[in-house]
Ligand binder design. Structure first.
Ligand code: SF4
Length: 326
């Protein structure tokens, strides 16, 4: 990979509680290249959003980064505070969240929000900012863009609002977009349109994307590579096609078996027995061992980390025949 836009190295986030230290993100490492879409997938509580929030400096107290490093375009950013972090958000990192209303100010028109963001981060005039705001709305498919510039967020439908949020996230020309469940709150009929739009715009501009979702179908349609998280740790990381067709980690294998899209051709969907452990009751060794059909003694006390160049953090990864991986 050429120099990555985002590089996360052994990132650890901890939450001090009366009952002890909880670790929702545990030594997670991945890179995202220019123009690449990395899908970060996992069940609720797997740590995928917490890792994204750590990158943009939006961890809710008392959660904090206690280990590892985050680099953006060659600059270390995990120690940035206050104004420096705020400047980075919006300019270098754009954000698209599940609920578009959390990203939009209900008291300002769409045009004011777009032009304000551009004027804050780009050296352009008010007239140029307005011109670019219209172009940005046209690009995300808002009809009659120049008239809609003076509309307020509540005057748009959910799908249109999310288009506006994408325009807002991209208008300062960031090098990285973090999209956290960007379609979960939308009607099924518009989900695919929003994902296709995000993919096209980021590809065209060479923007790196961290796409956080619980939906393996969205990952399969959109991502170049996928990072599978389980109980705060990275279970598997690899090219999306390979991970889907020939998962190496038993958890990924279970996830694929329980996903309709990936199980096409299977008579019945499989279920993974049990549930993901709570942070307060994390098993020793590999966190997946109580649910894993391949678990052996070593798994119960030694959490094998993923090695550079390898795909799965597993003592006994699943091997596949050449036909399966073709
Ligand atoms: Fe299963 Fe052991 Fe691999 Fe964990 S390390 S996924 S318990 S085989």
């Amino acid at each position: 990979m050429s120099d990555p836009v985002l590089s996360i190295r052994d990132l650890t986030v901890e939450i001090p509680t009366r009952g002890g230290l909880l670790r929702p993100v545990d030594q997670v490492s991945y890179d995202i290249a220019k123009g690449e879409i990395l899908g970060v997938v996992g069940e609720s509580g797997a740590g995928k959003s917490m890792a994204g929030n750590a990158v943009i400096g939006l961890l809710n107290r008392p959660a904090k980064i206690t280990g590892g490093e985050i680099w953006l375009n060659g600059t270390r950013i995990d120690k940035l505070q206050g104004e420096n972090m705020r400047r980075l958000r919006g300019k270098d990192i754009g954000m698209v969240f599940q609920d578009p209303l959390t990203s939009l100010n209900p008291l300002l028109t769409i045009g004011d929000q777009l032009t304000e963001t551009m004027l804050q981060h780009l050296s352009i005039t008010q007239t140029e900012a307005r011109k670019r705001a219209i172009a940005a709305l046209e690009e995300v498919g808002i009809p009659a863009a120049s008239e809609r510039l003076d509309s307020y967020p509540h005057e748009f439908s959910g799908g249109m609002r999310q288009r506006v949020v994408i325009a807002l996230a991209l208008c300062a020309e960031p090098s990285l977009i973090i999209a956290d469940e960007p379609t979960t709150a939308l009607d099924v009929s518009v989900q695919a349109q929003i994902i296709a739009l995000l993919k096209r715009l980021c590809r065209d501009r060479g923007t790196a994307v961290m796409l956080i979702t619980h939906d393996m179908g969205v990952i399969a349609e959109t991502a170049d590579r996928v990072a599978v998280m389980y109980a705060g740790r990275l279970a598997e990381l690899g090219p999306v096609r390979e991970v889907i067709t020939a998962p190496e980690h038993p958890y990924t294998d279970g996830l694929m078996g329980s996903t309709p899209l990936a199980s096409k051709g299977l008579k019945r969907l499989r279920q993974i027995p049990g549930s993901m452990p709570r942070l307060t009751a994390m098993p020793t060794g590999c966190a997946f061992h109580p649910r894993c059909p391949k678990a052996q003694d070593i798994c119960r006390h030694d959490p094998r980390p993923r090695r550079d160049g390898g795909r799965a953090a597993c003592h006994f990864p699943i091997t596949h025949s050449a036909e399966e991986t073709a």
